[in-house]
Design a protein around this ligand. Structure first.
Ligand code: FE2
Ligand code: FE2
Length: 241
């Protein structure tokens, strides 16, 4: 197990950073900004298409919060001398974004429901890592984001319940079946060559697999509590099929 060299909140904006630390920090911030922006755009687009008034209010609120998360992340990058346009050159290429972009035009309402139920729960776990970041400004910001993301997770749970009443459990189960493996795959391979680096620099504290396990345990309990079935998998390890 790799040793964490940088304790939580030990690095500040004025601190001397090694090129390795700065480069890794910028990459993770750029990736996070992209994820928040994708969430903001996806939810915003659906505010005008919700089936009822309650859904519209909730979705508008989530869309605003995701936009704020993007904005806050972009501000952290700006303090480090990187504009939101330049941030794009620091992003990593991750298959997940390609797939999600391909699927977005075909989303239906129950797909949005699954994004709030599954994908926001995954987002929460990642922000949990950032809340203990060695980079103090990010740790501070992430703790605020966490309060809102926990609301998104609660909302996802209640939302699945209410939409199952409205559209019937079979329709919700079908959407869940479609998204379950996407959600498990979103965490990426169990460990990458960068995992040790992130942990050593204190920019994350868990591997992809640790986050996936936490997600899976928590989510399966919720699925059962909602009276739904945990979808069957054809392949029980990454990539899940
Ligand atoms: Fe967010
Ligand atoms: Fe969220």
């Amino acid at each position: 197990m790799v040793q964490r060299e940088y304790p939580p909140s030990s690095v500040h904006l004025e601190s001397e950073m090694t090129p390795e630390y700065r480069g890794t920090l910028l990459k993770l911030l750029a990736d996070q900004a992209r994820a928040e922006l994708l969430a903001s755009h996806t939810y915003s687009r659906w505010v005008s298409r919700t089936p009822g008034p309650e859904e519209k209010m909730h979705l508008a609120e989530i869309a605003r919060e995701e936009t704020e998360h993007w904005y806050g992340t972009v501000k952290l990058l700006q303090e480090l001398g990187v504009s939101h346009r330049d941030a794009r050159s620091y992003e990593s290429r991750h298959w997940f974004y390609g797939i999600v972009h391909l699927l977005i035009p075909r989303y239906k309402w129950l797909d949005i429901l699954m994004l709030t139920f599954l994908i926001d729960r995954g987002a929460y776990l990642l922000v949990e890592d950032f809340a203990q970041s060695s980079y103090a400004p990010w740790a501070r910001f992430a703790r605020g984001v966490l309060d809102e993301e926990v609301g998104h997770v609660d909302f996802g749970n209640d939302f699945v319940r209410s939409q199952a009443e409205k559209f019937g459990s079979p329709a919700v189960q079908r959407a869940l079946n479609k998204w379950w493996r996407v959600a498990l795959n979103m965490f990426g391979p169990p460990r990458t060559e960068r995992t040790d680096l992130y942990i050593r620099l204190g920019l994350k504290f868990r591997s992809n697999e640790d986050r996936r396990q936490a997600f899976r345990y928590d989510c399966e309990q919720q699925i059962l509590a909602l009276g739904l079935k945990v979808p069957k998998l054809y392949r029980e390890s990454y990539p899940f099929l």
